[in-house]
Structures are given as structure tokens and as C-alpha cells.
Design a binder for this molecule. Structure first.
Ligand code: GLA
Length: 404
């Protein structure tokens, strides 16, 4: 019953802000109210200088993860060229956790034999291992959380060779209230991870509550979710993606806004829509955690996920998140500054029919003539110009890289 309630709660995270619900902490060794650290500003850990890229289990597999699947995904990330394109973090999301021993140490559940051996396997493939936990007694899927065992769990993760932790609020909403407590809870795990001495990317997942982008870096976060969960449909993806304008000043090397894991290839959108999903995420300098099954992806999906020039926009070392410059009905133009004075420009058609979308470089604050390259087509436009115009299909996008 408790688990059922938690699952329902977890899918409407915004509702969790409204107050405490009654979740009893059942482990007698763990006090009902933990001491939280005084708020401070943790120095940066220097990780994730560009947005993290990888694969995460939740969007496709939900809670049904096991060691065999994870090994097969590791193999596939290598075989498909995903790893070499930069998708190096392999994240086991919710569903791996078992029970604690009498020593308080968390074990994986019986779908996983040995986390250290699995981690060695993943590392042996040239990948990095990412894992999931919650500051609450239970995860969103009802599995064991880190509540009252933060230091111990951080040590286990480090001992297993974990390189990245996603820390998901979930049932912590029943225990803690207010912005300061939430921040202290995330700081607590941030400190615990630092104390292990292992470089571990820290991914905050609390759905953007209390303007996390303003304090995420201070608790040691390298990325922080800005929204509720994405779903594999146009409305969910586009509502999330297009609502990120205004957050750009909070993103930069080692600290990224996270509009959630990707749905490209999961079947609920058209190829055009998935391409727009990718265009948006790279313009946003978003972490690119793909959530499909790489073992069965079609060539169309590969072309979206493996386009190196498109990925380079996301991974540009200047580390700037793009923003909306023009909105004209269903047409939007977004731009992202790139290193060496280049600019990525995206034209989006959110409408139901084909639309002509035009942009002048002066709209971007650029004077004179510029060269442009169409990144999805891999083609330079013939001449340097001061404008661009294209017919963009419904829910489609164009991505240009312009240079002097
Ligand atoms: C929450 C998170 C998701 C996923 C699930 C797992 O809903 O926001 O990203 O981790 O929990 O149960």
C-alpha cells in the first residue's frame, strides 16, 4: 500500500510541494528527523565540463532493470557507435535496490548479482556507471532510499566504482519541508560523495522545485532537473523543451539545467518530432541521456542520435545554453552562442502545417554576411548571406551553424 501510494505521488511531483504526507520511517535505527548540515557553498568538483551524455534505463524499461539487460546495453552502446559519439554514462535508474544488511549496507536486489563486477564490466567497455537513489526512505518506485544512510550509501557507490549519482526527491517530500531543508538534504549527499574521494557526477532530481537552478551548484550538483517527468509524446516533450527559455544564465561548465532524459526512438513521436527533440536539447545544452533501446534502433533513429555535428552544438566548450529570440505564432527561432564566435541557430515549427520561417542574422545581433551550414543535412549553404529562410514541416526544425 505504501509503495502504491508512493508510485502515484511520484508521478505528480508538483503536488509534492504542497505539504507533508504521512510516511513512517520504519527502520528503528534511523531517527525520524535527521540532522541536516548547515547550508554552505561546496566548491565545484570540476566534473561535467560539458553536458553529460549517456543512456538511462527509465524511459524505456521503467523499473524492470536487471544485470543481464545492463550488460547487453553496455555491449550495444559500443557496437552501435554510441559510446564513441560521446554517450558514455550508463545509468541504472530506479529498480536496482534491494534491502540493507544488519550492517546497514544497501545490497542490490536479486536481479543483480554483483555491482562491483557489473561496474568492472561497464568500465571495461570504456563506459562509466551511473546509479540512482533517493534522499527519502523509499525511491519513487518504492525501492530502498538513502534516508539515514547517506554516508554509507555514498561509500558503497564509490566502492562499486559508480561515476554518477542521480538523487531523486520522491518520498523525501513526506519528511522535509521548505527550500532550506531541501537544499540541506541535497548538500548532505553532495558532501557524502565528496568525502569518498571518488569523482562522482551529481545529478539532482527534484523536478525544478524551489528554483533549483539557483542553488543546485552550491550543493555540489552538476545537473539538476528543471521539470516534471518527460513522456514519449510531442506535447510533453515540446512543453518541456520550449519552456526552458529564461534559465540560460544558470547553465555553464560543470552545472547544467536538465530538461529530463530523452525519448528519441521510443515510438511515441514521428521522426520529424524526434529530430526536433534533439534540436531542442542540443540548443539547450541539455544533458543527453538517451532512453531508448539501442539494440533495436532503426537507421532513422541512429541518424538522429549519432549526428556528430549536431552533438557538437550540445558539447561546445563555451558551455552556453541557448534561448528563444523570436516567437511568431507557431514559429520560433532560438540561438546558442558557440566557441570561436560561431552561433547555432534553430528554426522550429510547432504548428500543424508546413510553414516558411525566415531569420536575419541581425535578429541575432550579428551584422554583415555569415556562412551557414545546415547540420541535419550536413551541407554548407552556397554563399555567405545576411539571412536564411526555409519551409519547415509541421513539428519540424532546422539547425544551422553560422560563422563569419
Ligand atoms: C521519478 C523521476 C524519473 C525516474 C523515476 C523512477 O519519477 O523523475 O526520472 O527516475 O522517478 O521511479
Amino acid at each position: 500500500m505504501l509503495i502504491g501510494l508512493l508510485i502515484i505521488c511520484s508521478r505528480d511531483h508538483a503536488a509534492e510541494q504542497t505539504g507533508r504526507s504521512v510516511i513512517k520511517v520504519q527502520d528503528p535505527a534511523v531517527p525520524a528527523n535527521l540532522a541536516l548540515p548547515p547550508l554552505r557553498h561546496l566548491p565545484g568538483n570540476g566534473l561535467a565540463r560539458t553536458p553529460p551524455m549517456g543512456w538511462a534505463s527509465y524511459n524505456k524499461f521503467g523499473l524492470a532493470v536487471d544485470e543481464k539487460l545492463i550488460r547487453a546495453i553496455a555491449d550495444s552502446l559500443v557496437a552501435t557507435g554510441m559510446r564513441d559519439a560521446g554517450y558514455v554514462y550508463l545509468e541504472i535508474d530506479d529498480g536496482w535496490q534491494g534491502k540493507r544488511g544488519t550492517d546497514g549496507v544497501l545490497r542490490p536486489n536479486d536481479r543483480f548479482q554483483d555491482m562491483k563486477a557489473l561496474s568492472n564490466y561497464v568500465h571495461g567497455k570504456g563506459l562509466k556507471l551511473a546509479l540512482y537513489s533517493s534522499p527519502g526512505p523509499k525511491s519513487c518506485g518504492g525501492f530502498e532510499g538513502s534516508y539515514g544512510h547517506e554516508d554509507q550509501d555514498a561509500e558503497s557507490f564509490a566502492a562499486w566504482g559508480v561515476d554518477y549519482l542521480k538523487y531523486d526527491w520522491c518520498s523525501a517530500s513526506a519528511i522535509y519541508t521548505g527550500a532550506d531543508e531541501m537544499r540541506a538534504v541535497y548538500q548532505k549527499m553532495g558532501e557524502a560523495l565528496r568525502a569518498t574521494g571518488r569523482p562522482i557526477v551529481y545529478s539532482l532530481c527534484q523536478y525544478g522545485i524551489f528554483e533549483v537552478w539557483k542553488w543546485g551548484p552550491k550543493v555540489g550538483g552538476n545537473l539538476w532537473r528543471t521539470t516534471n517527468d518527460i513522456k514519449d509524446n510531442w506535447k510533453s516533450m515540446s512543453d518541456i523543451g520550449f519552456s526552458q527559455d529564461g534559465l540560460e544564465s544558470y547553465a555553464g561548465p560543470s552545472g547544467w539545467n536538465d530538461p529530463d532524459m530523452m525519448e528519441v526512438g521510443n515510438g511515441g513521436m514521428t521522426i520529424e518530432e524526434y529530430r526536433t527533440h534533439m534540436t531542442l536539447w542540443v540548443i539547450l545544452a541539455a544533458p543527453l541521456l538517451v532512453g531508448n533501446d539501442p539494440r533495436t534502433m532503426t537507421n532513422d533513429i541512429k541518424e538522429i542520435l549519432l549526428n556528430r555535428e549536431v552533438l557538437a552544438v550540445d558539447q561546445d566548450t563555451l558551455g552556453k545554453q541557448g534561448r528563444r529570440l523570436i516567437r511568431n505564432g507557431a514559429a520560433e527561432i532560438w540561438a546558442k552562442p558557440l566557441s570561436e564566435g560561431a552561433v547555432a541557430v534553430a528554426l522550429f515549427n510547432r504548428g500543424a502545417s508546413l510553414a516558411r520561417i525566415s531569420v536575419r542574422w541581425s535578429d541575432l545581433g550579428l551584422n554583415g554576411r555569415y556562412k551557414a551550414r545546415d547540420l541535419w543535412n550536413g551541407a554548407d549553404l552556397p554563399d555567405a548571406t545576411n539571412s536564411y529562410s526555409a519551409e519547415v514541416p509541421s513539428h519540424g526544425s532546422v539547425l544551422l551553424r553560422i560563422t563569419k
